[in-house]
Design a protein around this ligand. Structure first.
Ligand SMILES: [Zn+2]
Length: 240
């Protein structure tokens, strides 16, 4: 079990620990984890602070359970919407490396959340399905690439780059001007000249988006990166 899995599992036992409901062996195991995990220690402190209050709860008041407030669902959705979405480390790294004046972080993050990134096609699906878990701290070197507009399009690519993995390659791209709601597809041309699918994303109009597209094609086999629009027309191209 990785320490992360251990953390998730033991975290759910903190409530039982605070209530004294664990066996000695379970309590020892949780205690051992607590020694090395500040996050769980903080959570336990919070849980423990509530325990004395539980003693004062009158069980009779639970005889007729209160129904949740009518607006509970809306409040939860609002709270979730207000919470910054998790972005992958790559997005973090790129954003922190390239602080862009005039573009706020929150705008970028919101746009990232709006982008639909789905691995499609054999390349993408195989790449995902067979990918061994890689330590998050060990992505391959980031290789910036230049994506040039093809034809009569008005796209802005602020940054694009490839990240090689053992299972294939990842295309990371920040940009704007992709027709809002339109589906774009990224493809990699392999050494046989075939275009391999590398996933798709939704345009966000003028709002900046940040996407990560993945393919089972290995970096050394990628000869060209292209992005095509809904009609299959190539809108971006990068010879490598
Ligand atoms: Zn923990």
């Amino acid at each position: 079990m990785t320490s992360r899995e251990e953390h998730q599992t033991l975290r759910e036992m903190l409530g039982s620990l605070a209530l004294g409901h664990l066996t000695a062996a379970e309590a020892d195991r949780v205690q051992a984890h607590l020694d090395g995990c500040a996050e769980c220690r903080a959570e336990l402190a919070e849980v423990a602070s509530v325990v004395p209050l539980l003693d004062r709860v009158d069980p009779v008041t639970f005889a007729s359970p209160a129904s949740p407030p009518a607006d509970l669902g809306a409040r939860i959705r609002a709270a979730v919407a207000a919470e910054p979405p998790r972005t992958d480390d790559l997005a973090h790294r790129r954003t922190s490396r390239h602080a862009r004046p005039g573009r706020t972080r929150s705008r970028l993050v919101v746009a990232a959340a709006a982008v639909l990134v789905v691995g499609v096609g054999i390349g993408g699906v195989v790449g995902r399905a067979t990918a061994p878990p890689e330590p998050a701290a060990a992505p391959g070197p980031y290789e910036p690439i230049t994506l040039e507009e093809v034809g009569d399009v008005d796209l802005v690519v602020d940054e694009a780059g490839l990240v090689p993995h053992t299972w294939g390659v990842e295309l990371a791209m920040d940009g704007a001007g992709f027709t809002e709601g339109a589906v774009y597809r990224a493809k990699f041309r392999d050494e046989q000249g075939r275009l391999q699918p590398a996933g798709r994303f939704l345009g966000t109009g003028a709002a900046e988006m940040s996407c990560s597209l993945q393919s089972g094609v290995l970096r050394e086999d990628v000869q060209e990166v292209v992005v095509v629009d809904e009609q299959g027309r190539t809108v971006l191209r990068s010879a490598l």
